[in-house]
Design a protein around this ligand. Structure first.
Ligand code: ARG
Length: 261
């Protein structure tokens, strides 16, 4: 009897292997863990994600919460390094990445993006009274530029001068955006390139810093989702549409970025 059973099991296994891993065992439901929507973020990016005591709050956290609610799932937020989010979504660790994340052609090769829910602008932060008064001065000088590792600010800045950057040798990378800002305050870098809303928040909470009036690049934010999970992508896009139409998403954004203030 035992022998027969083990035979059945091994035949089953071989069958499984033949049918590709995806169809046997691995793919149970629409999300990584049944009943949950696991979101990876990097929670030092106000007002999109930041800590209020030990809870991650912000625009992304609230929009993801509303989306999860619509899908009947419980939102779980994991705070990780920004440059590990896409890999984690790709290898099935997280259902979505949502981190003020810019849609880029390169990232689209690795993950799918939902519809866009916000616009971001890359800006330059300098010390008040800095001789860097516009983007051209930054690009043409010898200045050191601080960025958050793996962000679009990093990608643009570290590209060659002919391509609009300052080149590797002038870029200093930090794990968090606020570490880059701290390095600016203490004179370790001459400027920081980062998204405009976090920039405003960092400038407000650190004395002696200012944002250059000329913006660098405009971008779109979206959630990233595993390329094989088109079911989740469709459901999320549907939820985003409904939450935009019924005013939920505009209200969340207005709460964190008041349009007249
Ligand atoms: N928008 C930029 C990018 O996608 C920066 C995002 C950084 N986000 C964060 N939560 N730290 O590369």
């Amino acid at each position: 009897m035992k022998k027969i059973l083990s035979k059945i099991v091994s035949v089953g296994l071989v069958f499984c292997m033949g049918m590709s891993l995806a169809s046997c065992g691995k793919k149970k439901g629409m999300t990584v863990e049944k009943g949950k929507l696991i979101m990876a973020t990097n929670a030092f990016f106000p007002p999109y994600e930041y800590y209020d005591n030990d809870v991650v709050v912000g625009i992304d956290a609230e929009i993801a919460g509303a989306v999860a609610n619509k899908l009947g799932l419980e939102l779980e937020i994991q705070d990780v390094e920004f440059d590990s989010i896409i890999a984690g979504v790709q290898n099935g660790k997280y259902d979505i990445g949502m981190a003020g994340m810019t849609v880029t052609e390169d990232r689209k090769k690795a993950v799918n993006f939902s519809s866009t829910y916000a616009i971001g602008v890359q800006v330059v932060i300098v010390k008040e009274g800095s001789e860097i008064t516009d983007v051209d001065a930054l690009l043409n000088g010898e200045y050191k530029v601080g960025v958050q590792q793996g962000t679009t600010g990093d990608l643009y800045m570290s590209s060659a001068p002919e391509k609009g950057g300052v080149g590797e040798s002038r870029v200093v990378r930090f794990a968090k955006g606020n570490d880059a800002v701290l390095a600016l305050s203490t004179g370790k870098v001459d400027a920081v390139v980062i998204d405009n809303e976090p920039a405003k928040s960092f400038v407000a909470s650190n004395e002696g810093l200012t944002i250059l009036p000329t913006a660098y690049v405009e971008e779109e934010y979206a959630m990233c989702i595993n390329k094989d999970n088109s079911e989740l992508l469709e459901k999320i896009n549907q939820a985003l549409k409904e939450l935009t139409d019924d005013g939920t998403i505009p209200a969340i954004i207005e709460k964190y970025i008041p349009s007249n203030g």
